[in-house]
Each structure stands twice: as C-alpha cells, then as structure tokens.
Design a protein around this ligand. Structure first.
Ligand code: ADP
Length: 160
C-alpha cells in the first residue's frame, strides 16, 4: 500500500491543485492532502476554511482525505505513514525552491521520496496569490476554482 501526502498552504485550493490531487490519487493507494496551519504568508482563508474547501472539492475521490498539520512536513509525512510527498511544478521558477526543499527533506528523512507532477497546461499560470488578486478586483475566476471555492470567495469578499 503506497500512501502519499500532498502538502501545501492552499489559500484556497485552485483547479491547478485539484488537478494534481486527482492525478496523484490514481498513482497511489491513498492520498492525504495536508493543509499547513501556520505558513509565513498572509492568509485570506483560515485553516478550517482551507480544509473544508478541499473537502468539498474532493468529495468524489474516495481514496483522498484532508487534514490540517502544523509540524515539519517530513515529520507529518512520517507520522501519517506516508512514503511519498507529492508536489506540483508549474514553471522553472518553482523548480529551484522545490529542488532545495526535496533535498532538505531527504536529508532529514531518507525513507521519504518526493514526487513531482507537472502542471496541467491550462493551469500553468495559476497560483493562489494571483487568483486572490484577481478575485479582490472582481475579475472572473469561475474557470479557475472548484464551484465551492467560487462560492466561498463570493461570501468572503461580499461579491455579487
Ligand atoms: P506552498 O505554500 O506549499 O508552496 P501552495 O498551496 O501554493 O503551497 O501549493 C502547493 C503545491 O501545489 C506546490 O507544490 C505548488 O507548486 C503546487 N501548485 C500550485 N499551483 C499549481 C498549479 N496551478 N499547477 C500545478 N501545481 C500547482
């Protein structure tokens, strides 16, 4: 049984994240989405909201679950019994940071592997931070997020 975790901030989950999770769910027996509780970033959605939004988005994927975590990602992965950390790669700028992180994680826990899935061409430009900027200025994000996330944006930003 291969268990993987897909960790991230997910503020909020986008169709780019969902595409990675859907594809990873076919590669591994089970996948845990790990929503990091305390990123060094300014958040729009609380941890509880980020977890709930993911849960709404993956309701049709039976081998995928969602949890919040606050420890070091490698420690969290080890405690969950996962063998693999999944991350998505968009452009070359993602590569350097992910490469560094994967090597650091490997040095802390050599039993854990990192697996990288290339972004779907449609979502190559999509990041949660850009998405929030567009949404705050009332731009159309309907094709970029799952329907429950679109509804959450409307509630949070009091949009029509
Ligand atoms: P973090 O703060 O951990 O970088 P994010 O929530 O921004 O977390 O992203 C989590 C993971 O999803 C990262 O591996 C990131 O590269 C990947 N990711 C984000 N957006 C996309 C996308 N549009 N396509 C593919 N992967 C993505």
């Amino acid at each position: 049984m291969t268990k993987a975790i897909y960790p991230g901030t997910f503020d909020p989950v986008t169709n780019g994240h969902l595409d990675i999770a859907t594809r990873a769910s076919k590669l591994f027996d089970s996948l845990i989405i790990g929503v990091y509780d305390k990123p060094a970033k300014k958040l729009l959605f609380s941890t509880k909201e980020r977890v709930e939004l993911w849960k709404g988005a993956i309701a049709n994927l039976p081998n995928v679950s969602v949890e919040a975590y606050s420890s070091l990602t490698v420690d969290y992965a080890g405690q969950s019994g996962a063998q693999v950390i999944v991350r998505g790669l968009r452009m070359s700028s993602d590569f350097e940071g992910e490469f560094e992180m994967a090597l650091m994680n490997k040095s802390i826990n050599p039993n854990l592997e990192s697996a990288f899935l290339m972004t779907n061409l449609h979502y190559q430009f999509l990041s949660s931070s850009l998405l929030k900027e567009v949404a705050l200025l009332n731009g159309n994000i309907a094709d970029l997020v799952p329907p429950n996330v679109l509804a959450a944006f409307k509630r949070k930003l009091a949009l029509p």
